[in-house]
Write a protein that binds this ligand. Structure first.
Ligand code: SF4
Ligand code: SF4
Length: 98
């Protein structure tokens, strides 16, 4: 039997909750040398991009994080298989950086 199924999906949209970068206490930094796409020279991994609830990570080698919308949840840090992302104190950023 050939059945088709439809699945409801919810995809985050950048900026839907406003300027979520104002919510942070810490901000994520990617160490490019430890990032799989950089190390392999291929469009691989991107697990951080797939898991960011604010859709504020752009695919790339390395991925780029938009700090205007990053709310500092740390999910990208938790899911990165090579520990290439670390949270840093927000105080290291000047407010003019956003
Ligand atoms: S999850 Fe980690 S290794 Fe993978 S693309 Fe993101 S920063 Fe790079
Ligand atoms: S900490 Fe990481 S997962 Fe969370 S909003 Fe910022 S970029 Fe996205």
């Amino acid at each position: 039997m050939n059945e088709s199924h439809q699945i409801a999906m919810s995809v985050p949209g950048i900026g839907e909750a406003g300027r979520t970068g104002d919510w942070r206490h810490e901000y994520p930094v990617i160490t490019a040398e430890a990032c799989l796409p950089v190390k392999s020279g291929r469009d691989s991994c991107q697990i951080c991009w797939a898991h960011c609830p604010d859709n504020c990570i752009t695919r790339g080698a390395p991925p780029i994080i938009d700090l205007y919308y990053c709310k500092g949840c740390g999910i990208c840090v938790e899911v990165c298989p090579t520990h290439a992302i670390a949270m840093h104190p927000e105080a290291e950023l000047g407010r003019g950086a956003l």
